[in-house]
Design a binder for this molecule. Structure first.
Ligand SMILES: C[C@H](O)CC(=O)SCCNC(=O)CCNC(=O)[C@H](O)C(C)(C)COP(=O)(O)OP(=O)(O)OC[C@H]1O[C@@H](n2cnc3c(N)ncnc32)[C@H](O)[C@@H]1OP(=O)(O)O
Length: 721
């Protein structure tokens, strides 16, 4: 359906202007042009007294068209953005000769809410969501939102809504004065018509949000509020400038008035659109929505089969987390354990997962009881015939897993999806003792499974498209982002993460301080450094996972003795309070001089410092030496078809390894840094420090041809699948 705007004039003299651009009535350029054209027509016509704006299909508008923003970013041409805020929102609509009312159902986000705020009144259904989430895209509101929202709800609430990109309910909007009235959906248009006529005929005040001052705090108080907000934004997002720019625009409006503020906003908005931050965040926005579009799978017209009941085998940390995620989405679960003691422990973990939600005010005790009642503990497979999907989450033992899947094949229905949460073992090995390999699929959750947003779905050559579609659907139901990947050691996330975990101790062996590495990486935007992460994961797991990669790819692995040497000293990570850091009872980390002695010994054993002296390296180069090997592995993953689209790797790295979303994911970031540059650095380091850094032929080829890493891989270029 092509984007359009319609005008319908009733016998009461009210013109209804309807936005139509499914699925969210985004304000694409033709829609904005249509609004202007229809508004002009309504203004001209003598039979129109007042105007009502509404959206087609139960949604007002999801805001400015983000597809268009991305196109504009590619051209670099600011003029494409026009002067919507001043010309359309202010001069045409707010200051128009005929009053306008926004009739809001469903979403009014970003430019959608800004259009509503430019109207002279707003009326909404109770289910509407109102928000200015532009900052999540690395931009600031650009259609007057930084000026009108504070004038309608006061500075503190407006700043909170913008900085957190968090929408509010219609109910709250009504209490705050953002919405003038709430009415049931069936009465929305009739009530909006009446409100518009009341304004036109002076039975109701004709309000101009941009001119209001009654809700804005006095100058001194406003400055204090803004100062506090600036400090909070700096603390929460030290690498981001756009929250500060948003506050600049708000401040200008407070000091110099709404119109001056709008001019400042327009300037800042246009600059922000072209920032790397916005390019990265918009890439993540689309990449996240693309993960469920899998070529050759989701385009076959298959419908997901009903998911009425699930089973989880193993009630350990992962199994109980997976069961928690399922029951939180109202899916009944059978939790299977081998004995009563383990079962009780598993059920206890699920309860405590739910209790922590109660403590945070996210769940009532009553809801906890209802949710917990959805899980039933069992010690055998007798009831498994009733489930639509099983997820096995026992320890990483091939024999045990093979036995479990052989049993599942006997007890489950022949259509049941057989999922395994293995993070390392080849799926073909797991399914070796079953005949149902078309139903076998990896459902790799990240710990804690009920919180982490990613679900890595691993398919083999034999997994049927229907089973993949079913698991994508399960991911959506439990509100995870599903990424479909191929079968290999480490799948996609752990596979591209392993060079990072090997590069960090390699740098230490070259003489770089390990606490410095952590600090540099954290300042660059990772949630924590590689060594703090090793402490969190635990040294036992870190060594076991590292070994898998060493076995699979010895030619490009670096075998560091740092962690084994620390283990010899009785250090295990956070688990025993002694890892690379020392931890107090509140788990606060402190560097430890005893670790430096182990580092010294490890360096001597490694003997790779050039001329026996520590290398001199800038912070920038530390980041490059850690992440360029990741880019290299991403290239292999793409060439092999483990990920069928580069954007999946961006999501996998952002959601699975904590790569900063405002850098857009590893592949997007690599393209912004430049593949040629990355290859030249990898070549230099491989000559200096060995084959760990050697760029793969696919990456070298892309650099030579001037292609981007994110460009599609042709079947000819693909070496597998
Ligand atoms: C000048 C202005 O100040 C600038 C702006 O207005 S910038 C835009 C501000 N608005 C936003 O940030 C809202 C972004 N959208 C969202 O948060 C969510 O999509 C939503 C809450 C609207 C709907 O969520 P949900 O129902 O889960 O559906 P979701 O899958 O996200 O979106 C449905 C489709 O609409 C598209 N879409 C959503 N908002 C869009 C927008 N503003 N522009 C273009 N497309 C949009 C999505 O890309 C998706 O497309 P697809 O089906 O082809 O993948």
């Amino acid at each position: 359906m092509a984007p359009s705007v319609s005008l319908e004039v009733g016998s009461d003299g009210v013109a209804i202007i309807t936005l139509l651009n499914p699925p969210v009535n985004a304000l694409a350029i033709p829609v904005l042009a249509g609004i202007k054209e229809k508004h002009d027509e309504a203004t001209r016509r003598d039979d129109v007294k007042a105007i009502v704006f509404t959206g087609h299909g139960g949604k007002f508008s999801g805001g400015f068209d983000i597809n268009f923003l991305r196109e504009v970013q590619k051209t670099g041409d600011t003029s494409l953005l026009g002067r919507v805020s001043i010309d359309l929102m202010t001069y045409t609509i707010e200051e128009g000769r005929k009053p306008s009312v926004a009739a809001i159902d469903g979403l009014a986000l970003g430019g959608g809410l800004e259009l509503a705020m430019a109207c002279n009144a707003r009326i909404s259904t109770p289910k509407a969501q109102l928000g200015l989430p532009e900052l999540q895209l690395g931009i600031i509101p650009g259609f007057g939102g930084t000026q009108r929202l504070p004038r309608l709800v006061g500075l503190p609430k407006a700043i909170e809504m913008m900085l957190l990109s968090k929408p509010i309910s219609a109910q709250e909007g009504n209490e705050l004065g953002l919405v003038d009235a709430l009415v049931p959906q069936a009465e929305l248009l009739a009530a909006a018509r009446k409100m518009a006529l009341d304004i036109a005929e002076y039975r109701r005040p004709w309000m101009f949000s941009l001119r209001r001052t009654d809700k804005i705090e006095g100058l001194a108080e406003a400055r204090e509020i803004l100062k506090f907000a600036r400090a909070q934004a700096k603390k929460n997002a030290p690498n981001l400038s756009h929250p500060q720019y948003c506050l600049d625009a708000i401040e200008e409006g407070v000091v110099a008035g709404g119109f001056a503020g709008s001019l400042k906003e327009e300037k800042v908005f246009k600059e922000a659109v072209f920032s790397d931050t916005s390019k990265g965040l918009i890439n993540v926005f689309f990449a996240q929505r693309n993960t469920t579009k899998v070529r050759g799978i989701t385009d076959l017209g298959l419908k997901p089969r009903p998911l009425r009941k699930a089973a989880v085998v193993g009630g350990g940390l992962m199994g109980s987390g997976i069961a928690t995620a399922l029951i939180l989405s109202n899916i009944p679960v059978l939790l299977k354990e081998v004995n009563a003691k383990f079962l009780e422990a598993g059920m206890g973990r699920i309860r405590s997962n739910l209790q922590s939600r109660v403590k945070k005010g996210k769940m009532t005790e009553e809801k906890l009881a209802k949710t917990l009642a959805l899980v039933k503990g069992v010690l055998d497979y007798n009831e498994f015939k009733t489930v639509d999907v099983v997820i096995e989450a026992v320890i990483e033992n091939v024999g045990l897993k093979q036995q479990i899947f052989a049993d599942l094949e006997k007890y489950c229905s022949p259509t049941c999806v057989l999922g395994t949460n293995t993070s390392t073992i080849d799926l073909n090995l797991v399914g070796e003792k079953t005949k149902s390999q078309d139903r076998l699929i990896g459902a790799h959750f990240f710990s804690p499974a009920h919180i982490m947003p990613l679900l890595e779905i691993v398919r083999t050559e034999k997994t049927s498209p229907q089973v993949i579609v079913d698991l994508i659907n399960l991911g959506k139901i439990i509100k995870k982002t599903p990424v479909v990947v191929g079968n290999c050691t480490g799948f996609a996330v752990n596979r591209v993460f392993f060079p990072y975990n090997m590069a960090a101790p390699l740098l230490v062996d070259l003489g770089v301080d390990l606490y410095r590495i952590d600090a540099v990486v954290k300042a660059w935007g990772m949630p924590m450094g590689p060594f703090a992460l090793a402490d969190l994961v635990g040294f036992g797991v870190a060594v076991a996972v590292g070994q898998q990669h060493l076995n699979a790819h010895p030619e490009r692995s670096y075998r560091s003795l740092l962690i084994p040497n620390l283990m010899k000293e009785g250090r295990l990570g956070q688990a025993n309070g002694k890892g690379i850091y020392l931890y107090d009872e509140k788990r606060r980390p402190k560097p430890d001089s005893a670790v430096l002695k182990v580092v010294q010994k490890t360096r001597e054993e490694a003997g790779i410092m050039p001329g026996g002296k520590p290398i001199k390296i800038s912070n920038e180069e530390i980041v490059e030496m850690l992440f360029f090997p990741v880019v290299n592995e991403c290239a292999r993953v793409l060439e092999e078809g483990i990920c069928s689209q580069a954007s999946d790797l961006d999501i996998a790295t952002v959601m699975g390894m904590g790569f900063p979303p405002y850098r857009g994911g590893v592949v997007h970031w690599a393209d912004s840094v430049g593949i040629k540059y990355i290859v030249s650095k990898l070549q230099k380091w491989s000559e200096q420090y060995g084959s760990f850094f050697a760029p793969c032929p696919f990456l070298v080829e892309r650099a030579a041809s001037g292609a981007k890493l994110s460009d599609p891989v042709t079947p000819k270029q693909q070496s597998r699948l």
